[in-house]
Write a protein that binds this ligand. Structure first.
Ligand code: AMP
Length: 540
């Protein structure tokens, strides 16, 4: 028997319609690329998003086509989140930290029809444009007064505010299929070319409900939310959608992510909740400690993307009375998978025991199921000791990559995360290692395979292996181990100079170690875990 309830698809635009109708007066504050602070309300956001939806139609963007953005966290980016997805096309957020070759690859692979960009990224766009067949249209996210005069995009550059002004705010959000694609984000989480994760309206809405729950990010209409995590990185962990769902005030930091700028914004806007990777919080904590400041409004901060060190949790909680929510997720998981919030019986534990729990990545939010398996594929017990491959499944987990000819990643319906974890009897998961061969520095991926390939192009290199070494500031940094050709006198400096320009600057290994040989397994594969055991603490 069928239920007798309304059939309403779960659509991204409905979040905006709700925010407009029920929280129209709520503020959105942005530090702009132009240097000033911009303020408006959800009502204005909704109106301008409708104008932009008409603008996109006028540009000829068809349903399902991809619209790229290369932008910081700000209100114009937020408008595109809703104008693009809401009107049926696909918002493709591009990561400006990638090397120009990778950006060009991703833009072509996604077949972006147009790319919107913040002025900061004009030089990057100018380098990318000649390398790609599409798009032939770029939109600078600024007003006429700030449009660049001289640039290399002649005939293909438009002004964002022109598009807004030219078009009417009368737009009816179409009734889309909830399973249609809403946004796209590429991840370098595995070796080889970046892979696109294509979210649907349904997956985004379900993720939004779950991530807003009290034991998840615990968001409400009383909150003032500062997403420091970039909107180009897995939809800023869903916060732009969550803020609309609950009617929270939003504060966008723009390009200024240093401790001083963040602290000013947190205090002047009375931020209650913020979210970002540990590296960013280190800058903030040092700044606040230096000037003996306090947090007058902030009550919790979500820390994820990399393990949150206990020293950071202690400092936030004991010194500043700011609760730390340690969370784990992935681009392929939209991204929230687990959040470390206490169960009732854990609240009575001693401080030390509680910190030991908070060092874990946490328990599943409803919607994500997880398990750990051994090398034989058998499920391992949740005893807090056994460590195995972490697999997940749920309605906001990717089942395949976008346009991928690769083998679909799922194993018996479960997504292999590439993380190694243990799970305790209370269901708290803790990452112990990573099986995927990538380095995560300051919250962004570095492909060890790409560095190895480029290093091997040097005529004096016989073999090059790049591993993640732990780093006090960046969490991990690449370390390059090299076997030189016999009689070669190649130096570390010469090899690093050779890498210049061939990989993104921040991908350059902090050190090169010349070794006699690299340990290989029975099938000739490099035993990276052995190298990690030996050299993993090199930067500490
Ligand atoms: P991304 O797809 O860029 O969001 O990266 C996802 C990966 O980051 C995960 O598979 C983990 O390897 C790592 N990661 C994310 N959050 C955490 C965390 N809290 N602790 C440890 N590693 C994390």
């Amino acid at each position: 028997m069928q239920g007798l309830m309304m059939q309403q698809p779960l659509l991204v635009a409905s979040l905006l319609v709700h925010a407009d109708r029920h929280h129209g007066d709520q503020e959105i504050v942005s530090r702009r690329v132009e240097g000033d602070i911009h303020r408006y309300r959800y009502r204005d956001l909704a109106q301008r998003a409708r104008r932009m939806a008409n603008g996109l139609t006028a540009l000829g963007i068809q349903p399902g086509e991809r619209v790229g953005t290369l932008a910081w966290n700000g209100y114009r980016h937020m408008e595109l989140y809703f104008a693009v997805s809401g009107s049926g096309s696909v918002l493709h957020t591009l990561n400006p930290r990638l090397h120009v070759d990778q950006l060009a690859y991703i833009i072509e692979h996604a077949e972006d029809r147009v790319v919107f960009f913040d002025l900061t990224f004009l030089p990057l766009i100018e380098s990318v444009a000649p390398r790609v067949k599409s798009p032939k249209l770029f939109v600078a996210m600024t007003d006429r007064a700030h449009m660049p005069r001289a640039h290399g995009l002649s005939g293909t550059l438009m002004c964002y505010e022109d598009l807004i002004e030219l078009h009417s705010d009368a737009f009816d959000w179409p009734l889309l299929d909830e399973n249609s694609a809403s946004s796209l984000c590429y991840t370098s989480g595995t070796t080889g070319n970046p892979k696109g994760v294509l979210y649907s309206h349904r997956s985004t809405l379900l993720h939004t409900y779950a991530a807003a729950l009290p034991d998840s990010l615990n968001c409400s209409a009383r909150d003032v939310i500062l997403p420091v995590v970039p909107m180009f990185h897995v939809n800023a962990w869903g916060l732009p959608y969550i803020a609309c769902m609950v009617g929270a005030k939003l504060v966008f930091p723009g390009p200024a992510l240093d401790g001083k700028s963040l602290y000013e914004l947190i205090e002047t806007e009375q931020v209650t909740l913020s979210a970002g990777v540990p590296t960013v919080w280190q800058g903030l904590l040092s700044h606040v400690a230096e000037r003996a400041g306090t947090f007058s409004s902030m009550r919790r901060t979500v820390i994820g993307g990399a393990p949150c060190p206990t020293a950071m949790t202690t400092q936030f909680q004991e010194r500043y009375d700011v609760d730390v929510l340690h969370a784990w997720g992935m681009t392929e998981l939209s991204p929230v998978g687990t959040v470390c919030s206490f169960k009732a019986h854990q609240r009575a534990l001693s401080g030390e025991e509680r910190y030991a729990i908070q060092a874990k990545q946490g328990r599943s939010v409803f919607g994500i199921d997880m398990k750990i398996v051994g090398s034989d594929g058998d499920e391992l017990p949740w005893d807090g000791n056994a460590a195995g491959d972490l697999l997940v499944r749920g309605p906001w987990v990717a089942r395949q990559y976008f346009g991928g000819d690769d083998v679909p990643p799922l194993r018996d319906g479960w997504f292999p995360t590439g993380d190694i974890a243990k799970i305790d009897a209370d269901g708290f998961m803790q990452i112990t290692d990573r099986s995927k061969d990538v380095i995560k520095s300051g919250g962004e991926w570095i492909s060890s395979a790409d560095i190895e390939n480029v290093a091997c192009l040097h005529p004096d290199v016989t073999m090059a292996v790049c591993i993640a070494a732990r780093h006090p500031k960046w969490d991990e940094r690449p370390l390059l181990l090299v076997v030189r050709k016999p009689a070669s006198s190649l130096t570390e400096r010469q090899l690093l100079d050779f890498l210049d320009g061939r990989i993104a600057k921040w991908w350059k290994p902090d050190a090169v170690i010349f070794v006699e040989e690299i340990p290989l397994g029975a099938t000739g594969k490099v035993l990276k875990h052995r190298l990690r055991d030996r050299y993993g603490s090199y930067y500490l």
